[in-house]
Design a protein around this ligand. Structure first.
Ligand code: MG
Length: 162
């Protein structure tokens, strides 16, 4: 059985994952609107992945006899200043999600909730990957600078994400 505190924190985390999904979908729309269809494809894929993170936590609450209480999701920004701005913001968002996951895991450790702790270990590893991927793209877009040919190369590359 989940403690009320962990149950509530898991519901808050579900909301954060859905917000990430919403944010990346909005970023995808922006990238598409400026003709960067590869970046748009990548962000759309990322949006789906965040939704699957939310569902993983959703299922954990259910498996543990807790109560899923879905919360309202804020409106994400619709306008961004550049492709680099998009990915910088995505990286910052992932860093804040990482902090939330770590706090949640610390709470599970404190309460000796081993099942939640193990569940969250997956997320701890996943966040390392998410930050690395977003950070690498930020670095590449910084190298691109004002070079449109280079930008289209990065766009083509990200467009090939399966
Ligand atoms: Mg996530």
């Amino acid at each position: 059985m989940l403690s009320q505190k962990i149950n509530d924190a898991l519901n808050t985390q579900i909301k954060a994952e859905f917000y990430a999904s919403y944010l990346y979908l909005s970023m995808s729309a922006y990238c598409d609107s400026i003709g960067l269809t590869g970046l748009a494809h990548w962000m759309r894929h990322q949006s789906e992945e965040e939704r699957s993170h939310a569902m993983k936590l959703f299922e954990h609450i259910q498996a543990r006899g807790g109560q899923v209480v879905l919360q309202s999701i804020e409106k994400p920004p619709a306008d961004f200043d550049s492709a680099l701005g998009v990915f910088q913001q995505a990286l910052e968002h992932e860093q804040s999600v990482t902090r939330m996951i770590h706090e949640l895991r610390e709470q599970a450790v404190k309460e000796h909730d081993q099942a939640t702790e193990v569940e969250l270990q997956w997320f701890v590893k996943e966040q390392v990957e998410e930050e690395k991927t977003a950070g690498d793209i930020v670095a590449r877009l910084k190298m691109v600078g004002d070079d449109l040919t280079a930008l289209l190369m990065v766009d083509g590359d990200l467009g090939s994400r399966e």
